[in-house]
Design a protein around this ligand. Structure first.
Ligand SMILES: [Zn+2]
Length: 313
């Protein structure tokens, strides 16, 4: 079963999917941005345009792993899901320990058992709902920094692992520029997590295919979830990402990869100058390339639907 922002559904309702997209996203402090205030009406229109792009491809489920402190807006997601007749999964959990974004958690840790507090928060948002909204989270998000898992991130990962174990809800991770996937996987295993319920994210951005294979050999699913991102320094191009995906399929990993773009339909606050990106690129460009390389419809269905659904089982 999958807990969406509107209802719990079983997999028979799901057609095609996107495993990692943000409807609205902004970094902490965006509310103070005088030039780019979050305007729900504009955000609504931007979401409508992006969702209309993927309708021809029968996409009716989007996982939105936006962390709590990055503008997560459960009621907005619910409004979009209802109005646009699409299933959206909302997250509980926090982003990486970057600058002072998570300073509130560090303050709490002086007086409380932070790991227990976070675990209880995640469980509450999954089982009872987020605040007073009545909207329940359907996944737990965790993140680590570039080439390191900071101490607070380890606490967040352990809290997510324990909340996931207790609720059966999957965990989706952010690997900064594709790094630290193995280390994340080892932490989850140390917490007794079923690796089948974890997506180690952003492996599209990891040029080290051996490492991606090792993550999957441990039983985890990996996110090839940053197609179209060109602005992150040092990561593979889209052509290289597609070649890497083909190599992994050739090695037989077709049951452990999910696809997405990591787009932001409406960026709150600071407006990125990076090239605009589109929610249909995988369906419009990447899948046709896979087909010319002889990848079967059955495998494409696994990448765009079945593998993601298995993470929720
Ligand atoms: Zn993301």
């Amino acid at each position: 079963m999958i807990q969406t922002v509107t209802e719990r559904i079983d997999e028979s309702h799901v057609h095609s999917t996107l495993a990692h997209e943000h409807l609205v996203f902004g970094f902490p402090g965006m509310k103070e941005d005088p030039d780019n205030k979050y305007q729900p009406d504009t955000a609504y229109e931007n979401c409508r345009v992006r969702i209309d792009m993927i309708r021809p491809y029968d996409v009716n489920l989007i996982v939105d792993p936006t962390p709590i402190e990055c503008g997560r807006d459960p009621l907005f997601l619910k409004r979009i899901a209802e109005d646009m007749n699409i299933f959206i999964v909302c997250a509980t959990g926090f982003f990486k320990d970057d600058e002072n974004a998570l300073s509130i958690l560090k303050t709490v840790s002086y007086t409380e058992d932070l790991e227990r507090l976070l675990r209880d928060l995640y469980i509450r948002e999954i089982t009872e709902g987020i605040g007073e909204t009545g909207v329940k989270a359907g996944i737990i998000k965790v993140a680590s920094s570039f080439q390191e898992i900071k101490p607070l991130e380890k606490v967040l990962i352990r809290a997510a692992a324990n909340a996931g174990n207790q609720t059966g809800v999957p965990v989706f991770t952010h690997c900064d520029r594709g790094t630290m996937g193995i280390e994340q996987a080892e932490l989850f295993l140390a917490c007794g997590v079923n690796p089948g319920h974890v997506v180690i994210g952003h492996q599209t951005s990891n040029p080290n295919l051996d490492e991606i294979c090792r993550i999957m050999d441990l039983g985890f699913t990996v996110g090839f979830d940053q197609f179209g991102i060109l602005s992150i320094p040092g990561i593979p191009t889209d052509e290289e990402k597609t070649e890497n995906l083909l190599s992994l399929l050739e090695k037989g990993y077709e049951d452990q990869i999910v696809l997405s773009h990591d787009t932001i339909f409406d960026r709150m606050g600071y407006v990125s100058s990076s090239k605009p990106r589109y929610t249909d690129q995988i369906y419009r460009e990447i899948i046709p390339i896979l087909k010319t390389h002889g990848i079967s419809e059955n495998t494409i269905r696994k990448l765009t639907r079945d593998n993601l659904l298995r993470v929720f089982q």
